[in-house]
Ligand binder design. Structure first.
Ligand SMILES: Nc1ncnc2c1ncn2[C@@H]1O[C@H](COP(=O)(O)OP(=O)(O)OP(=O)(O)O)[C@@H](O)[C@H]1O
Ligand SMILES: [Mg+2]
Length: 404
């Protein structure tokens, strides 16, 4: 059975405090620390003495505000998870709170029980993980992080991108990931969702999770395999691992370029293939990831506007110094009867079409609705055979790179 999670409530408004207490009392694994704490000094003192697993902390406290208190507490209490409470929540405040080390942010204005329950559960899980990490790794051991790693695996990073939304990036990631796994079951494959806005890789595998790359991003200074493993989901049928997109859009600024590449570089030691799902809107994290990618799969469709956007992207890529041979143009939803042939595309933008995936809306839609990649569920169809062939070519390309 789960140990009790100790929770401390620091709330100035009596009515809000009472409502939160009523909610918390309904969660059976919670042990609420008694007391009526309404200012920052007593809050810090009580937290230091009682070392709660979770603190629900009002933002608008007399004296130091909730964010400043969070900074002080998180500095030397890695287990204690802080959820900031506020009547208002601007994106900027949420960001500042997370930067200070809060694990979540709750707006209590229209708060319902389910929302509180899920936020507290997540914070309790993070506290448990932190306890386990400390138990496994006593702070006295002064071993450089580098030495802890097993033999380097040096996995390949493949970023899938399209300058046009809806071209099929997520579908390609979901199916190519499974196909690479299928080529060699011994290989470890992970799909990372960097589409911070509409990430749906989890949905395409019928896996819903509230863990995401952000849980790593906010703890990047303590990056190790265990921290990464805690946010990964393994899809049992396909044996593919997934790292979901964050559920809070406000966090995008935390996943800076250097943070994203640090996380991905670390994961090269854990996986053979790391596939990255992206949004057409380019972020700093996307660009940094592309910069360290072994391959960029550029997804196009037979539309003049999209092809123009592909050309603009290629211009940007060459400005940024991404080697052209690392970029593969894959035309998705390819209709062989269209007047926009592969040759026409190549002539328009001066890059060969590396591969085409046929148009098959029925299969693609069914797979998306069921949350099962079509390559897994309908392996004999032309669309699946095409993605298998892409996987083989991708495998050979990245292996080829190794030889050079
Ligand atoms: N080969 C295909 N044939 C027909 N339809 C497809 C094919 N591949 C993907 N689709 C469909 O196209 C739509 C967009 O696909 P998907 O969500 O993968 O694109 P995306 O580029 O990730 O989009 P977004 O920009 O919204 O993230 C989905 O409805 C999907 O089922
Ligand atoms: Mg997508």
């Amino acid at each position: 059975m789960k140990n009790k999670t100790t929770v401390l409530l620091v709330e100035v408004l009596p009515k809000v405090a009472q409502r939160l207490r009523n909610f918390l009392e309904q969660i059976n694994y919670i042990e609420l620390i008694p007391g009526n704490i309404t200012n920052s000094e007593i809050a810090i003192e009580t937290i230091r003495q009682t070392k709660p697993d979770v603190v629900l902390l009002e933002l608008d406290l007399p004296g130091m505000n909730g964010i400043q208190v969070t900074e002080v507490i998180r500095r030397d209490n890695p287990v204690t998870q802080i959820v900031i409470l506020s009547e208002v929540s601007s994106a900027e405040t949420v960001r500042l709170a997370m930067r200070a080390g809060a694990s979540d942010f709750l707006n209590y204005k229209n708060l319902n029980f389910e929302e509180l329950e899920s936020v507290v559960e997540r914070a309790a899980d993070l506290a448990d993980q932190e306890k386990m990490r400390i138990a496994y790794r006593p702070p006295t051991r002064e071993k450089p992080v580098e030495e802890e790693k097993d033999l380097p695996k040096l996995g390949k990073v493949i970023t899938v991108y399209s300058p046009k939304g809806g071209a099929g990036v997520s579908t390609v990631v979901a199916n190519l990931g499974y196909s690479l796994k299928n080529l060699n079951k011994e290989r470890k494959v992970i799909l990372i969702d960097l589409d911070l806005q509409f990430g749906d890789i989890g949905i395409l595998y019928n896996q819903i999770t509230n863990r995401s790359i952000m849980d790593i991003a906010i703890r990047v200074q303590n990056l190790d395999d265990e921290l990464v493993e805690n946010v990964i989901f393994n899809d049992q049928p396909t044996k593919v691992d997934l790292m979901a997109a964050p559920y809070r859009l406000e966090l995008d600024e935390i996943l800076t370029g250097p943070v994203a590449s640090q996380i991905i570089e670390h994961m090269r030691h854990m996986y053979d293939y790391i596939l990255i799902n992206t949004n057409s809107y380019i972020t700093e994290a996307t660009l940094s990831t592309m910069g360290i990618s072994d391959l960029i799969i550029l997804v196009g469709i037979q539309q003049v506007a999209t092809i123009r956007s592909v050309r603009s992207f290629l211009g940007l890529a060459s400005e940024l110094g991404f080697p052209r041979e690392r970029i593969l143009l894959v035309m998705n939803r390819f209709d062989s009867t269209s007047t926009i042939t592969s040759k026409k595309v190549s002539d328009m933008i001066n890059i060969n079409v590396f591969h085409t995936i046929p148009l098959d809306p029925k299969t693609a839609e069914k797979a998306a609705n069921l949350g099962i990649p079509y390559a897994f569920d309908s392996s004999r169809l032309e669309i699946s055979r095409s993605i298998f062939s892409l996987a083989e070519q991708v495998r050979n390309k990245v292996a080829e790179k190794e030889k050079v």
